[in-house]
Design a protein around this ligand. Structure first.
Ligand code: SF4
Length: 484
């Protein structure tokens, strides 16, 4: 096989399988990589923590430290020669390709098992080529690979028994059946070439992973793109795009779309605002004072840290509530769990103190709050009547934007973050340090771990401001709807 100035690695090989342009850009244009978000960093960190838990199963193991790849390869070689039986992060090189294996386990003289550790909750299709490329490189280094496995998170496991969150699945048959084909050679030829390959955007940009070059490749994609037609299957969007129909104005009147999808195109192209005032008034007439505008923030971490919590179980740690009486007077209440302990009991007690036995509980996207409240009611039987009373009085503001209020400026979304700045241009989540609910729990853990009191206070304020804006937004939207 021809040598290239550029080496492949396991992750580059997998990038190439997802999209050749992604592989090429990763070698030639690393400057275009979108920096990892806090959420992605949290996922990487969880991967390391899970690996530490797995390592405890193999007390006689050794781990090759991350350093220069060639050095890792020679350390691995030496460990194998010296008789190590369980090696974490074992590194190998063959055919211009480096691989680092999460765990190799000697089961007989020169017979090894290959185990890949993933913080996913099941074996995914992408894990098979991942193991296949490792097996190829390891076998060409003279190791006989007996079986391959994926070690992943078991969502039936429960804290404090961390060993129970480890699940091992044998993938030997799938990996043996997987053919690398000419991909190694093709990918090496590709990265040796200085010309960026042509590749259209499509579903592969998010499958199996969100591509780090989306900002670059998708920069022309805006609300007029066929990719934004709501509820149109991904394959259909991709087919339209690949056939040259890239803008919604180019979609033929004969192309099969639902009435809602046609309405969407018409609304965007003609900048229409459609408000069904009677429908909105009917819906608003269901409300009973006092009105509680309520929102939870939750965390859902892969490695549980509190008793009786499972991996990825959603746990609320903060809420905000604006209370409006029949005169229109508003008071704000909030709860943010202050310490690193299970927040649910205290958070629930404070919520019950805030939300009394009468009045509508206004949320935005009721499914989420309903599920969380029912889980709290199951967890605390002594409080369940009060919790279920809150759940029974939930009223979903989002329904109005699904059924009675459409505005071309919302694009294909009716999330509160999109609706708020259209209705109240002075207010936007963009002005906040913390502007996405997905990152709220990261800030919360930062706050809990911060030792500097001033910094702790600063992070706490970001969290409080963010959650408060969620319920303040609902109040502003409510007042706007009432004024129609
Ligand atoms: S954004 Fe899509 S087309 Fe561009 S490199 Fe990534 S996967 Fe390929």
């Amino acid at each position: 096989m021809s040598k290239s100035n550029f080496h492949l690695s396991k992750s580059k090989f997998l990038s190439g399988l997802q999209c050749k342009k992604r592989l090429w850009l990763s070698v030639h244009r690393p400057d275009l990589v979108k920096p990892a978000s806090k959420k992605q960093e949290q996922i990487f960190q969880a991967g390391f923590e899970f690996e530490d838990i797995v390592m405890k199963r193999y007390p006689d193991s050794v781990k090759v430290d991350f350093t220069d790849l060639n050095k890792m390869v020679s350390i691995t070689e030496r460990l194998i020669k010296d008789g190590a039986n369980n090696i974490f992060q074992a590194a190998f090189y063959y055919d211009n390709c480096y691989v680092i294996s999460d765990l190799i386990r000697r089961v007989a003289e020169n017979v090894w098992q290959l185990k890949e550790i993933k913080s996913s909750t099941s074996v995914k299709d992408v894990h098979i080529p991942d193991l296949a490329i490792q097996k190829y490189v390891l076998e060409n280094n003279g190791l006989n690979i007996d079986d391959t496995f994926v070690i992943h998170i078991n969502t039936d496991g429960i804290y404090p028994d961390l060993d129970s969150i480890v699940k091992i699945e044998n993938t030997t048959l799938q990996v043996s059946a997987y053919s690398l084909g000419n991909n190694l050679q093709d990918f090496q030829d590709l990265i040796s070439n200085n010309v960026e390959p042509l590749k259209s955007i499509g579903l592969h940009c998010d499958d199996p992973y969100e591509c780090e070059f989306k900002d670059y490749c998708w920069k022309e994609v805006d609300k007029y793109s066929v990719f934004f037609i709501p509820h149109l299957k991904g394959q259909k969007k991709e087919k339209l795009y690949d056939s040259g129909v890239q803008r919604i104005q180019d979609v033929s009147p004969d192309y099969p779309l639902s009435e809602n999808q046609r309405d969407y195109i018409d609304r965007i192209l003609n900048e229409k605002i459609e408000i069904d005032v009677d429908g909105i008034k009917d819906k608003l007439s269901e409300l009973q004072y006092p009105l509680y505008f309520f929102d939870f923030e939750t965390t859902s971490i892969p490695i549980p840290i509190w008793n009786n919590v499972r991996p990825y179980q959603r746990i609320p740690f903060q809420w905000s509530c604006h209370v409006m009486d029949s005169n229109g007077d508003i008071k704000h209440f909030e709860y943010l769990h202050p310490k690193n302990s299970d927040p649910r009991r205290k958070l629930t007690e404070e919520m019950i103190k805030c939300i009394e036995n009468e009045g509508s509980v206004i949320v935005y996207n009721a499914t989420f709050e309903r599920v969380e409240l029912k889980k709290l009611a199951d967890l605390f039987p002594d409080l369940s009547n009060k919790i279920l009373s809150i759940e029974n009085r939930i009223w979903d503001q989002l329904d109005i934007f699904k059924q009675h209020y459409k505005d071309y400026r919302f694009g294909n979304s009716n999330s509160i973050k999109v609706v708020l700045p259209v209705i109240s241009p002075d207010l936007s989540y963009d002005d906040l340090e913390l502007s996405s609910g997905g990152e709220a729990d990261i800030y919360w853990f930062e706050m809990l771990n911060e030792e500097d009191e001033m910094k702790k206070e600063e992070i706490k304020n970001h969290l409080l401001k963010y959650c408060e804006l969620d319920t303040k937004a609902m109040v502003i939207i409510h007042e706007h709807l009432k004024s129609l």
